[in-house]
Design a protein around this ligand. Structure first.
Ligand code: URA
Length: 249
């Protein structure tokens, strides 16, 4: 959502005008109540922005627990019929850094925890050996909370059904940095169809939050030569968070 978002009042104005003109309006409506009020682009209040966090750690945990209960009961899409467990997250809701992946795989579905398979082991190595953090210093979650059968790509209806849960997770945490892992998470959060080669290694904005895009660890397992590029992306995240490179990395 780099420049426009569904919550953006400017976009709402533009959509109203476009639909009026599409429906045959020759001029702007006279009913003042319907006239989109002028918006100063310089000082436009962006209601989509996630406000800086004021919740205590305990309030965050309570809000997350309540949300997780909703996810556990979710029947919004057919993946609810095939899942073993919902997979809400792993890590710390008080974290400054949130990693967002795609969807649970086999091991995640079995255990009900995000990134616990081979890709998760690589992500943990990035966090511990690369960044010098503990997995408990970060928050890890996915776009989808249920495993797509045979680990196929998430469908668009599944993503639309599930996205509000991720949006709420990010609102509760209001992290300093989001790191999108792979194409699905990046395209979904940033509302773009741009390919990874254009998205990765760049700072983007998701509802006012600094957002980095890097490769998915499962992709890195298949394409280890790209680990170098991923490390460059992670170093940008570390610089943004003021983290020093551990001596062993
Ligand atoms: N891949 C993901 O995107 N998420 C997981 O939780 C596991 C594998």
């Amino acid at each position: 959502m780099s420049s426009e978002s569904p919550h953006d009042p400017r976009r709402a104005c533009i959509q109203q005008l476009e639909s009026d003109l599409f429906l045959g309006a020759k001029a702007l409506p006279l009913d003042r109540a319907k006239v989109p009020q002028p918006v100063s682009l310089a000082a436009a209040p962006d209601e989509s922005r996630i406000p800086p966090n004021t919740m205590t750690a305990q309030q965050k945990r309570q809000a997350m627990d309540a949300l997780e209960e909703q996810v556990k009961a979710c029947q919004k899409c057919p993946l609810s019929q095939t899942r073993t467990n919902t997979v809400f997250c792993r890590g710390n809701p008080g974290a400054e850094l949130v990693f967002v992946g795609e969807a649970p795989g086999y091991y995640e579905d079995q255990q009900g925890l995000a990134f616990v398979g081979r890709a998760g082991k690589l992500l943990d190595d990035i966090i511990t050996k690369g960044m010098g953090l503990s997995p408990d210093d970060v928050y890890i979650c996915n776009v989808l909370k249920c495993r797509p059968p045979s680990n196929r790509d998430p469908g668009s209806t599944e993503m639309v059904s599930c996205l509000p849960y991720l949006e709420r997770q990010l609102e509760i945490i209001s992290p300093k940095v989001i790191c999108c892992l792979g194409r699905i998470a990046s395209q979904c959060l940033l509302e773009t169809r741009a390919p990874m080669k254009e998205l990765r290694g760049q700072w983007h904005t998701y509802r006012g939050l600094r957002t980095m895009v890097t490769y998915h660890p499962a992709y890195l397992l298949r394409n280890p030569a790209d680990k170098k590029k991923s490390w460059l992306d992670i170093q940008q995240v570390m610089a943004e968070l003021g983290l020093k490179r551990p001596k062993t990395a």
